[in-house]
Ligand binder design. Sequence first.
Ligand code: KG4
Ligand code: ZN
Length: 327
Amino acid sequence: ASPLYILGIDTSCDDTGVGVVELSLDGSVQVRANRIWSQTVHARYGGVMPELASREHVERIDEVMRDALAEAGLQVSDLGAVAATSGPGLVGALLVGLMYGKGLAQALNVPFFASHHLEGHIFAAASEATLQPPYLALVVSGGHTHLFDVPQAGEYVLVGATRDDAAGEAFDKIARLAGLGYPGGPAISEAAARGNPDAVAFKEPLQGQKGFDFSFSGLKTAALLAHRAGAGADDLAASFQRAAVHVLVKTTRRAAEAQGRRTVVVSGGVAANAALREAFAATDLHVVFPGKGLNTDNGAMIALAGAAALRGGREPSSLTAGAMAYA
Ligand code: KG4
Ligand code: ZN
């Protein structure tokens, strides 16, 4: 018998992502293609315009899908299943990928899986290691800073989340404030390498809390005040990055200890940050990160979630599955 090829689609925000994974008979998975069209129309508005995002997904999705198949060396008829993100995200944007995926699955007469975006981010690490629960999962992106305990496959217990801004949002806002450009994460990371992390003192958010929540709005305000007081962009970047990394690692470590977990998956756009990776690697935890191109939003992570659903014997989703807005 031949392996199964699963197509994954993510149109949750401003990236049109389509990926293909190969699920072998022994249960191992391999990313065969991962194509992303990143929308640039939003730059002039300083934020994502939902209506424009939907329209551009409609115009691009077929081309991105064909590029993904070409990268994998496959024909559309080789696909054995289709998965698409149903949320959370921008509803109009999600509907494009969802309906495209449903239509494709129906035409090919293969199973369709509606996938949760955060589950996709977690499964992005599944090509690096065969993920076996139990583990803890930290999803840090532009829209989320969520800590889940995963006691068994398919079960996600939220143990902590941001009370205000997401971590990536703080990177983006502080980069903009310091004139470092967009997207803020890579810009801060680059500037931080030149700056002095001791230049600006940031107070640790939620210090002394018993729980495992996050807060980034205080760091953002402190950065604004330091900027007005004349702190340079590189120093601000270095100091903020250290404070953000410190609180992410410290809170995750405490949660892992409380839940009795040794393995931690760290995923989402901010997981691409080198300083964060180094700090996690220096802990006593077994930390798993997604591979290159799998940290930020993409289709392969949704295909990986689809592969996990298939492997786990999950029932395919109904073709009436709807889209879910950001919480
Ligand atoms: O996962 P993602 O593509 O989209 C969401 O689902 O939100 O994450 C995007 C976020 C942005 O805020 C971006 O600034 C951040 O991830 N990011 C980074 C880095 N690369 C991307 N943050 C810190 N360091 C990076 N190297
Ligand atoms: Zn995301």
